[in-house]
Design a protein around this ligand. Structure first.
Ligand code: NAD
Ligand code: IPM
Ligand code: MN
Length: 379
């Protein structure tokens, strides 16, 4: 007799609406398990603002070690007005992305049935492939007060950064700050290769690179050179668009775009823009993928403005769980969830839709409706 497939998932609800949407993503994941014959065991971790305020702990080494024994990590959102901005976002979210070298931040932007888009377009089906380990996100920098840049970098370097290169003979004026972005050939090549494979899986022959070499020639000129070379090796055409103009074209005519490759910071911005275009942050799923533990989380944050009101749209978290299931080898379950989300949106009464889509259904009601469809195979 073959054993039932069982997956072990680490789970961090986090702050604000994070736990609310993760509860629904979990409900729908379990429903997919019932329908497709696998079990999920969850291990919950309390990290986030409340845990930090009560204990002073952000993300202990022990947890990082435990995560490696799981098949994936499902995360809601991190960040709360009670904690200095950045402390938890960097200490938990970015720490996880860097520690596990999750070099791909995959952010599909897809229009959904009956979800109104604020732009003139029939439909949108774009995937942002965001580099997730470099650029201005490396925590290389510091503030001035007469310090040399070298001292700033020494103070802020961490084990996952550049292992001791760079360092300039330059003293910052006081009342100044520096933040340095790095691009390495290895990182640009591996993310470009991933973007090319993503395009090939969609039967597309071209990717667009979001760049800005007209102003920041060192880093983004380098990006263009390496990305074009790697795309050529992969048999894919890589066209380049300055990110400002790209944003303009995305709003005017999003239907003409497919795979968009971005450095880390542009990807952060472009993915929120695309979420808005597709109908709301509550539509936008995300995956942080690496060769070790991968992490799945919606693009949106903790939305403290709507926490505990029932207005949080769980669809983005539910679609992130579908990405997770596809990643761990349950592609049919992922398709069942994606289909159930679409049929629920297409067939439900207006009042039974999430608040973000103009309905009145509270977060758990949305999750239950989608889970029911997954269980009964109505996709
Ligand atoms: P946000 O994404 O939390 O919210 C932006 C706007 O979108 C808000 O008006 C919010 O109500 C709305 N929104 C977001 N998700 C929604 C959903 N599922 N349903 C309905 N409406 C939704 O961005 P912000 O306000 O800039 O950040 C709030 C906090 O979240 C900050 O602490 C920030 O650092 C953090 N943050 C965390 C992540 C993450 O954990 N991945 C991502 C972005 C922001
Ligand atoms: C995101 C978020 C994070 C980022 C923040 C919270 C550090 O905005 O996941 O898009 O900038 O990547
Ligand atoms: Mn963001």
């Amino acid at each position: 007799m073959t054993e039932k497939r069982t997956y072990s998932i680490a789970r961090i609800g986090g702050d604000g609406i994070g736990p609310e949407v993760i509860a629904e993503a979990s409900r729908v994941t379990e429903a997919a398990g019932v329908a497709m014959g696998f079990d999920i065991t969850w291990t919950d971790y309390p990290f986030g603002a409340r845990h930090y305020n009560e204990t002073g702990e952000i993300l202990p080494e022990k947890a990082l070690e435990e995560f490696t024994r799981h098949d994936a990590l499902l995360l809601g959102a991190i960040g709360d007005p009670s904690v200095k901005p950045g402390l938890l976002e960097q200490g938990i979210l970015l720490r996880l992305r860097f520690h596990f070298d999750q070099y791909v931040n995959l952010r599909p932007a897809k229009s959904l049935p009956r979800v109104p888009m604020p732009v003139k377009a029939e439909s949108v089906d774009i995937v942002v492939v965001r580099e997730n380990t470099e650029d201005f996100y490396m925590n290389l920098g510091g503030t001035g007060e007469g310090k040399s840049l070298e001292m700033c970098f020494e103070a802020s370097r961490n084990a996952y950064d550049l292992k001791g290169r760079l360092l300039l003979d330059f003293t910052l004026p006081s009342h100044a700050a520096a933040q340095v972005g790095i691009a390495t050939e290895a990182a640009v090549r591996r993310i470009t290769a991933y973007a090319c494979k993503t395009a090939a899986a969609r039967r597309e022959k071209c990717i667009v690179l979001a760049s800005k070499s007209n102003a920041l020639s060192w880093i983004y000129g380098f990006w263009e050179e390496i990305a074009k070379d790697e795309a050529g090796r992969q048999g894919v055409e890589c066209t380049v668009a300055n990110v400002d103009a790209l944003c303009y074209h995305l709003v005017r005519d999003p239907g003409r775009f497919g795979v968009i490759l971005t450095p880390n910071m542009f990807g952060d911005i472009v993915s929120d823009l695309l979420a808005g275009i597709a109908g709301g942050l509550g539509t936008a799923a995300g995956a942080n993928i690496g060769d070790g533990l991968s992490m799945f989380e919606p693009v949106h944050g903790s939305a403290p403005d709507i926490a505990k009101t029932g207005k949080a749209n769980p669809v983005a978290a539910i679609l992130s769980a579908a990405l997770m299931l596809r990643h761990i080898g349950e592609a049919r379950a992922a398709e069942a969830i994606e289909g159930a989300v679409e049929s629920y949106l297409a067939e439900s009464d207006q009042a039974d839709l999430p608040w973000e889509f103009g309905g009145k259904a509270a977060t758990p009601k949305v999750g239950k409706a989608i889970a029911e469809r997954v269980k009964s195979g109505r996709s």
